[in-house]
Ligand binder design. Structure first.
Ligand SMILES: Cc1cc2nc3c(=O)[nH]c(=O)nc-3n(C[C@H](O)[C@H](O)[C@H](O)COP(=O)(O)OP(=O)(O)OC[C@H]3O[C@@H](n4cnc5c(N)ncnc54)[C@H](O)[C@@H]3O)c2cc1C
Ligand SMILES: NC(=O)c1ccc[n+]([C@@H]2O[C@H](COP(=O)([O-])OP(=O)(O)OC[C@H]3O[C@@H](n4cnc5c(N)ncnc54)[C@H](O)[C@@H]3O)[C@@H](O)[C@H]2O)c1
Length: 464
């Protein structure tokens, strides 16, 4: 076994790990980046990018089908499933290749291939070939899709985001377990591509929304997009011919009813637990909770009482790309500082910003709706908004939340292209703007952004 000594060991060459490695090298640390394979990042290979490619194809089909409403006749719309999937994979492969190209400038000796497992608080074994001693380490191991128990033993009939982008043809029907961001985005894309889709979720919300008005709007909108079963849990699954037979039970008061049905394939979109098990964390001195996750400081990313830092999906705090990238940078820099005997930094956190690329899109800024916080609420409805109506996309609404003193704290929204509005609100919240200061900004006419002006106006009226 080869023995290597370094300052900083980074486990996982995903978005967080690559950012951490670069930050540690920039600080002058001898940093080693370890990847078990295949690499290329979850975002590019099986996450953000292939999902958005599939969504774009689905949107093209939807726009063509909806053109008639504008008096534009497109003719019959046909979906060539294998062609859709080939384009998605071809561009996806380009994105993955560009991640690898981006690593070319890193010194070859600063990278190791193999699965890393802790042997002790300052020692890792990589595969069966290398023992790496370090002064500080960054855990950037990401997360993996969970598969609920009723779907175990159904083999390839059950898809996850690790496999769904590899299928050669679109299935005739698809049951999706989970109405979070993954489930919602892929369910709608598949439905628009002609797949018969049913979505099951034991919860009663969609895409991370908590605001009751917007949740009600979302339920109505997505019930029209596919067969939606909220408050319903899949209890059993059995192989039936080439497909799967599922039975589900609905809780009392749910929109859904209990039932059963056959599906060609099932997509498990029931969450992504962090990859913290089976890597010897119990040998590091970190305080682990019942799921095996270490206690850590959300600003410095240091795991309490250790020389370990945890960034990206691995800490399950904010499992989204821009947070993985920033957390990686902070963790890598802090690991290098600790290794050099300096103190760690605790930068302010960014305001939380999360989105779902469904149609209409969903976005949550800050903590979103909080029933107990005593926030004031201002809203706007896209159903009667001029630009949304012109686009034939008049659905949903937005809610802004402010402290009684007027400081804006967050928002939830579901509506056309709210990704842009959500950024504006996130910047306003992060800059500490109050309602009056945010409203004293230009809102061009006619734009979707005018919905913000309406909601801010409501907040000001309520203020007296
Ligand atoms: C379908 C889907 C769509 C998404 N869409 C979006 C989106 O639109 N926008 C957005 O912001 N976010 C999106 N996300 C979330 C985003 O992809 C993740 O938050 C982000 O990729 C996490 O990056 P990471 O660096 O933490 O993990 P990863 O990129 O997963 O990197 C972790 C790496 O660690 C390696 N590893 C694990 N254990 C070990 C070990 N013991 N030894 C060595 N290596 C190891 C893994 O092989 C992997 O390469 C999406 C996710 C999914 C699944
Ligand atoms: N647009 C984006 O930015 C985007 C897109 C996809 C994923 N992501 C990120 O990836 C993370 C993981 O997304 P996700 O949607 O997989 O997880 P999630 O944890 O956000 O949602 C999982 C959903 O599955 C449901 N669920 C749990 N157990 C279930 C079961 N047995 N049967 C049916 N449903 C069940 C939960 O109630 C929940 O609604 C997200 O938190 C998000 O940060 C982001």
């Amino acid at each position: 076994m080869r023995e290597i000594v370094c300052d900083v060991a980074i486990i996982g060459a995903g978005t967080a790990g690559i950012a951490a490695h670069r930050a540690a090298l920039k600080e002058g640390a001898r940093s080693v980046l370890i990847e078990q394979g295949p690499g290329g990042t979850t975002c590019a290979r099986v996450g953000c990018m292939p999902s958005k490619l599939l969504i774009s194809a689905a949107e093209a089909a939807h726009v063509a089908r909806s053109a008639e409403g504008f008096g534009v006749r497109v003719g019959g719309v046909e979906i060539d499933g294998p062609a859709v999937l080939r384009r998605m994979r071809s561009l996806r492969d380009d994105f993955v290749a560009s991640v690898f190209e981006g690593l070319d400038d890193l010194p070859a000796e600063s990278r190791l291939t193999g699965r890393a497992v802790f042997e002790g608080p300052d020692c890792l074994r990589v595969g069966d070939h290398t023992r790496l001693r370090f002064k500080a380490a960054v855990l950037a191991t990401g997360s993996s899709p969970s598969v609920p128990e009723p779907l175990h033993d159904l083999g390839e009939r059950v898809l996850t985001t690790d496999t769904v982008f590899e299928i050669e043809a679109l299935p005739e029907s698809l049951a999706v377990l989970g109405a979070g961001p993954v489930g919602l985005e892929l369910a709608q894309a598949m439905a628009r591509l002609g797949v018969r889709v049913s979505v099951f979720d034991p919860g009663d919300s969609l895409g991370g929304l908590k605001d009751p008005d917007l949740t009600a709007a979302a339920r109505e909108i997505f019930s029209g997009a596919f067969d939606l079963h909220l408050g319903a849990e899949v209890e059993s699954g059995a192989a039936e011919g080439d497909g799967v037979h599922l039975t589900w039970s609905a809780k009392e008061g749910a929109d859904s009813t209990s039932g059963s049905g056959r599906f060609a394939r099932v997509l498990s979109a029931a969450g992504r637990p962090p990859n913290v098990r089976g890597i010897g964390l119990e040998r590091t001195g970190a305080q682990l909770d019942e799921r095996g996750s270490p206690a850590f400081d959300a600003r410095s990313l240091q795991c309490e009482g250790t020389a370990l830092f945890i960034a990206g999906d691995a800490n399950a705090d904010r499992p989204i790309l821009h947070e993985a990238s920033r957390q990686g940078k902070i963790a890598g820099r802090n690991a290098a500082r600790l290794a050099a005997g300096a103190g760690v930094e605790r930068p302010e956190r960014w305001v939380m910003l999360a989105m779902v690329f469904s149609d209409p899109q969903i976005a949550v800024v800050g903590g979103g709706f909080d029933e107990d916080a005593g926030h004031r609420v201002g809203g706007a409805d896209f159903c009667d908004q001029g630009r949304a109506r012109a686009m034939d996309r008049a659905q949903g609404g937005l809610r802004l939340y402010a402290e009684p003193g007027g400081r804006l704290v967050g928002a939830e929204m579901i509506g056309p292209e709210v990704e842009h509005l959500a950024h504006l609100v996130a910047y306003a919240v992060q800059d500490g703007l109050d309602v009056a200061a945010f409203r004293d900004r230009p809102f061009y006419h006619p734009t979707l952004e005018e919905a913000l002006d309406t909601a801010l106006g409501q907040l000001m009226d309520r203020d007296g």
